[in-house]
Ligand binder design. Structure first.
Ligand code: NAP
Ligand code: ZN
Ligand code: ZN
Length: 420
C-alpha cells in the first residue's frame, strides 16, 4: 500500500497516526479519507487518539439518547460547537450489581467543560453534557456494592471506567489507563456515550465513586473532584510538598486557587504568578499565598528569577514558558496541568543550562482522589465558589472565558435543574 501524503498539511503526529493506520490493515482508510473525517486534527487530540480510538469512531448510536437505557434522565447539553447549553432529555443505564446511583446535588464547572463544549481540543462529539465535579446522595446500590449505602454523600470526578487490569490500573493510576473512560464525551464499556454531571442523576461503578467526608461542604467541596486532585497529585508525585520548598502557581483560577491551598497546607512557600493584578490582595490575604507576581511585569519576574523549586502551571490558554523556566532554580520542575489548545514553545537553552524538567500531570487515580478529599476535609480545604442556578450556565461560560470568577462556578443542580 502506498502513502499519499502529497498536498496534505499534516504535523509529525498526524503523520504517525496515519502511518499506523496505513500499515496496520489493508482496509484502513486512506490518508485522504482520514483527513476528511478529522479536518482540524491537532497534536493534542492525536495523542489522545493514540491511546483511545476516537469516540465518534466507536460510537454505536443504535438508539436515541432517550431510548438507550431504561432510566429517564435530563440535564443541559450542547448540540454543536457553539457550546451553548440547553435542556436535554436522555437516559441512564439500570443500576448494575457493582453500580451506585447518585441523585446529583452540585456540579462544578471546570475549564475542561468549556474546552470540550466548544470542541477546542477537536475530539468532542455531540451532544456534549459536561460536568466532572459531581457531588450527590446515593439513591441506589447494587448487590455487590460494599463501600456505599443509600443516603451516603458521594462524589464522582473525571473518570467512570478503566480496564482495571493494565499496569496503571493495578498501581491505582486509573487516570493513566490506556482505556480510561472520562465522565463525559467518551464511550462507556457498553458502547453508549457518557454524560456528565450537569444532570439530575448518574449511575457509576462503585470503584469510581468516592466517599464525601461529612465535614466537607457539598457545594464548595465539589470542585475538589477535578481541580483538587489535578493539583494534589503532582504536588505529591513530584515531591513538591516539603516545607523547605518554594512553589510557583501559574494562573489563579479554579485549579490554581486550590493549588495554593493544598501547598500551604503542606507548609510550602507559595508564589502566585498571575496575569490579573486585581487578584493580588485576595491571593495573599484570603488564600494564604506568600507572594504574588504579575507575569506581564518584566521587572517583577526578573527579580524572582531562579527562586523556585517547582511550578504548577494551570493556564488554559497559550502563554510563554520562557519566563517560567527562568523562575526555576537549577533542577527545578515545571509541571503542566493546564491544557491550552495550541502547542507551547519550549526553549532548549534555559532547560539545558539548569537541568530543568518540564513535565505534565493528569487528574489522579481513585485511591489518591479519596486520599486528597480526606486530606482536604482534615485541613478544611474547599474551593472558593459562586453557586449558580442551572439556567445561568451559559453566562457562567462566557465569564469563565474572561477569567471572571472567584474561583469556581458550582451549579446548584438539586434546586435549579428543572425537568424539560
Ligand atoms: N491536567 C488535568 O488533568 C486537568 C484537569 C482539569 C483541568 N485542566 C485544564 O487546566 C486548565 C485550567 O483549568 P481551570 O478550570 O483552572 O481554568 P480557569 O478557572 O479558567 O483558570 C485558568 C487561569 O489561567 C489564567 N489565564 C487565562 N488565560 C490566560 C492567558 N491568556 N495567559 C495567561 N494566563 C491566563 C487565569 O489566571 P490569572 O487571572 O491568575 O492569570 C485563569 O484564571 C484548563 O486548560 C483545563 O482544561 C487540566
Ligand atoms: Zn476538570
Ligand atoms: Zn487499565
Amino acid at each position: 500500500m502506498g502513502l499519499r501524503f502529497k498536498n496534505l498539511d499534516i504535523s509529525g503526529l498526524n503523520l504517525l497516526i496515519i502511518m499506523t493506520s496505513v500499515v496496520s490493515s489493508d482496509t484502513s482508510p486512506s490518508p485522504t479519507l482520514y483527513k476528511e473525517r478529522r479536518p482540524q486534527a491537532n497534536n493534542f487530540n492525536l495523542s489522545f487518539s493514540l491511546f483511545s480510538k476516537l469516540p465518534s469512531d466507536r460510537r454505536k448510536m443504535l438508539k436515541s439518547p432517550e431510548e438507550e437505557h431504561p432510566q429517564k434522565s435530563f440535564g443541559w447539553a450542547a448540540r454543536d460547537t457553539s457550546g451553548v447549553l440547553s435542556p436535554f432529555k436522555f437516559s441512564r443505564r439500570a443500576n448494575g450489581d457493582e453500580d451506585v446511583t447518585l441523585k446529583i446535588l452540585y456540579c462544578g464547572i471546570c475549564h475542561s467543560d468549556l474546552h470540550t463544549l466548544k470542541n477546542e481540543w477537536d475530539f468532542s462529539f455531540y451532544p456534549v453534557l459536561p460536568g466532572h465535579e459531581i457531588v450527590g446522595v446515593v439513591t441506589e446500590v447494587g448487590k455487590k456494592v460494599t463501600k456505599f449505602k443509600v443516603g451516603d454523600n458521594a462524589g464522582v470526578g473525571c473518570i467512570v471506567g478503566s480496564c482495571r487490569a493494565c499496569p496503571s490500573c493495578k498501581q491505582d493510576s486509573e487516570n493513566y489507563c490506556p482505556k480510561m473512560i472520562p465522565t463525559y464525551n467518551a464511550i462507556y464499556h457498553d458502547g453508549t456515550p457518557t454524560y456528565g454531571g450537569y444532570s439530575d442523576m448518574i449511575v457509576v461503578a462503585e470503584h469510581f465513586v468516592v466517599h464525601f467526608p461529612d465535614n466537607l461542604p457539598l457545594d464548595a467541596g465539589a470542585p475538589l473532584l477535578c481541580a483538587g486532585i489535578t493539583v494534589y497529585s503532582p504536588l505529591k508525585y513530584f515531591g513538591l510538598t516539603e516545607p523547605s520548598l518554594h512553589l510557583g502557581v501559574v494562573g489563579l483560577g479554579g485549579l490554581g486557587h486550590v493549588a495554593v491551598k493544598f501547598a500551604k497546607a503542606f507548609g510550602v512557600k507559595v508564589t502566585v504568578i498571575s496575569t490579573s493584578p486585581s487578584k493580588e490582595k485576595e491571593a495573599v490575604e484570603r488564600l494564604g499565598a506568600d507572594s504574588f507576581l504579575v507575569s506581564r511585569d518584566p521587572k517583577q519576574m526578573e527579580a524572582a528569577m531562579g527562586t523556585m523549586d517547582g511550578i504548577i502551571d494551570t493556564v488554559s490558554a497559550t502563554h510563554p514558558l520562557m519566563p517560567l523556566l527562568g523562575l526555576l532554580k537549577s533542577h527545578g520542575k515545571l509541571v503542566m496541568v493546564g491544557l491550552p489548545v495550541q502547542p507551547l514553545e519550549l526553549p532548549a537553552i534555559p532547560l539545558v543550562m539548569g537541568r530543568k524538567i518540564v513535565t505534565g500531570s493528569c487528574i489522579g487515580g481513585m485511591k489518591e482522589t479519596q486520599e486528597m478529599i480526606d486530606f482536604a476535609a482534615k485541613h478544611n480545604i474547599t474551593a472558593d465558589i459562586e453557586v449558580i442556578p442551572m439556567d445561568y450556565v451559559n453566562t457562567a461560560m462566557e465569564r469563565l472565558v474572561k477569567a471572571d470568577v472567584r474561583y469556581r462556578f458550582v451549579i446548584d443542580i438539586a434546586n435549579t435543574l428543572k425537568a424539560p
